[in-house]
Write a protein that binds this ligand. Structure first.
Ligand SMILES: Nc1ncnc2c1ncn2[C@@H]1O[C@H](COP(=O)(O)OP(=O)(O)OP(=O)(O)O)[C@@H](O)[C@H]1O
Ligand SMILES: [Mg+2]
Length: 368
């Protein structure tokens, strides 16, 4: 599939990355909007002569302990001898060449290289993330000295929720990212997530001010979506109908394209997609009726009733978005985690995750 549009966003992001690192970059947006495709595209286009890109997508990993994170981030160098970090990193060009060769061989991205002895003794036994972060900082410093600007990017950041070290790992990571960007200007730090409530919950808005820059990858607007429909070869006379069901949600549009190319009728497929979404919603409500969902807010467990959930959903029958200050936090947290609602921190609004979800909410009978 050819990459479509996002030109403005690509240019803007490349400009930010070509400057000195000053802030953490948060890429956010509703589910299936193309965040991963976008950041992958941006990073692929960064010149390898000038940038060392470390991109970690946490999707597909089982992450339940600190050790799991170490395994994702680090590449253990079995051939490197001893504990001497300085001498290991003194020939950074060789280290990077070997790293690049392995990445090519295993078809993975670059990881942080570390001598086995250092990994075993310093990181693992003490379980102190600061040691690991200090090591990365020294490594990045060497990269910068050798003329390479590191970029560290973590996709699906919310999957680090609940990983415990001395405290919460995510807190340590945030402090490390501040250190890399705002304090030392050594490396770019990019975090990608569709769960903005999590980002705010962990970091707190006040802590983020002046340290982070939000960057939204949203569903396509109407104009761009129509160009995309044309690009994919949908018949012109179906554009309005497709927009009515799917709007500019790239993931949904591509799902429809697959059916269309397989010879299925567009109208029929749209109805099926809507029915599936309605069924998903009904199931969430049905489960909530039997087992009231519980949400933990600032250490306090809150149980939700079906009534609370329906009351929030009903508000989207007549409108597209709701001010976050008018929404019960626990209920919102639940519906965001179920991928039904999306919270956009910049304007402070809540809206359905997609036009299809919105249509499902509107057409569903919600008894209060
Ligand atoms: N600009 C684009 N042009 C063409 N295809 C795209 C574009 N952006 C995304 N896609 C495709 O749309 C699908 C969804 O994109 P992607 O996985 O990047 O979304 P996401 O926002 O990361 O989703 P999630 O919230 O699940 O992490 C993918 O199959 C991807 O290849
Ligand atoms: Mg993604």
């Amino acid at each position: 599939m050819e990459f479509f549009d996002r030109e403005k966003e690509l240019v803007y992001m490349q400009r930010i990355l070509s400057q000195e690192p000053r802030n953490i970059i948060f890429i956010y947006g509703p589910i299936n909007s193309g965040k991963t495709a976008f950041i992958t595209r941006v990073l692929d286009q960064m010149e390898s002569r000038k940038y060392a890109v470390f991109y970690f997508n946490l999707r597909g990993y089982q992450i339940s302990r600190y050790d799991d994170i170490l395994d994702i981030f680090f590449e253990i160098d079995d051939e490197a001898e001893g504990h001497d970090i300085k001498s290991y990193l003194s020939n950074i060009t060789d280290v990077m060449a070997k790293l690049a060769e392995n990445a090519l061989f295993y078809a993975t991205g670059l990881k942080i290289p570390v001598p086995k002895a250092v990994f075993d003794s310093i990181f693992k036994e003490k379980e102190k993330p600061r040691d690991a972060f200090n090591y990365i900082e020294v490594f990045f410093k060497k990269l910068v000295e050798s003329g390479l600007r590191p970029i560290i990017a973590i996709d699906e950041l919310q999957r680090m929720k609940g990983i415990k070290t001395n405290g919460e790992f995510i807190d340590d990571l945030f402090n490390f990212f501040v250190r890399l960007t705002k304090e030392t200007h050594l490396s770019h730090a990019v975090a990608i997530s569709s769960d903005c409530l999590f980002i705010e919950h962990v970091y707190g808005v006040s802590r983020l001010e002046g340290r982070a820059r939000y960057f939204k990858i949203d569903d396509f607007d109407r104009h761009t979506a129509f160009r995309f429909y044309r690009f994919l070869g949908f018949p012109e006379d179906k554009f309005e109908l497709i927009w009515d069901y799917l709007g500019g949600k790239i993931g949904d549009i591509l799902a429809l394209e697959q059916d269309f190319k397989a010879g299925f009728d567009i109208e029929e497929q749209l109805r099926i997609m809507l029915r599936d979404e309605q069924n998903r919603l009904k199931k969430v409500l049905k489960v909530a009726k039997v087992v009231p969902p519980a949400v933990v807010i600032r250490g306090e467990k809150k149980e939700l009733s079906l009534r609370d959930i329906q009351a929030l959903l009903v508000r989207f029958k007549e409108r597209d978005e709701v001010d976050v200050d008018d929404v019960d936090e626990a209920t919102l947290r639940f519906l965001v985690s179920e991928n039904i609602l999306f919270f956009d921190p910049l304007p402070g609004i809540v809206r359905p995750q997609s036009r299809l979800v919105h249509k499902a909410i509107k057409t569903l009978e919600l008894r209060l």
